[in-house]
Write a protein that binds this ligand. Structure first.
Ligand SMILES: Cc1cc2nc3c(=O)[nH]c(=O)nc-3n(C[C@H](O)[C@H](O)[C@H](O)COP(=O)(O)OP(=O)(O)OC[C@H]3O[C@@H](n4cnc5c(N)ncnc54)[C@H](O)[C@@H]3O)c2cc1C
Length: 70
């Protein structure tokens, strides 16, 4: 968590990584998924949700790279 804070990743007060629906963090090109994020419902952490979010994050990263390549 210290590392996340050092690089400027936006976290909630209790340490969850803030993400939007594309699993984007506040830092372009950095994505997060699963239990550590604000996208996971509190009190209902499920592996299927984490895996689905991972797929969304991967797709977002792929599109980010495509945009970089122009
Ligand atoms: C006791 C228990 C029972 C559960 N039962 C179910 C269930 O029946 N069905 C279900 O769907 N879900 C269940 N869950 C929830 C499910 O396990 C999680 O939602 C899911 O594993 C989240 O996946 P994740 O990849 O986000 O996190 P994790 O699976 O926790 O993976 C995070 C990984 O990061 C590693 N890590 C942590 N810190 C660092 C670091 N500093 N550097 C490098 N690596 C690090 C950890 O060792 C871990 O391997 C259960 C959870 C618990 C705790």
């Amino acid at each position: 968590m210290d590392f996340f804070r050092r690089v400027g990743l936006e976290l909630t007060e209790d340490g969850y990584v803030k993400v939007n629906e594309a699993m984007e963090t506040n830092i372009p090109g950095i994505y997060a998924a699963g239990d550590c994020t604000t996208a996971m419902p509190r009190g209902f952490k499920q592996i299927q949700i984490a895996a689905a979010q991972g797929a969304v994050a991967a797709y977002s990263a792929y599109n980010y790279i495509l945009r970089l390549r122009g």
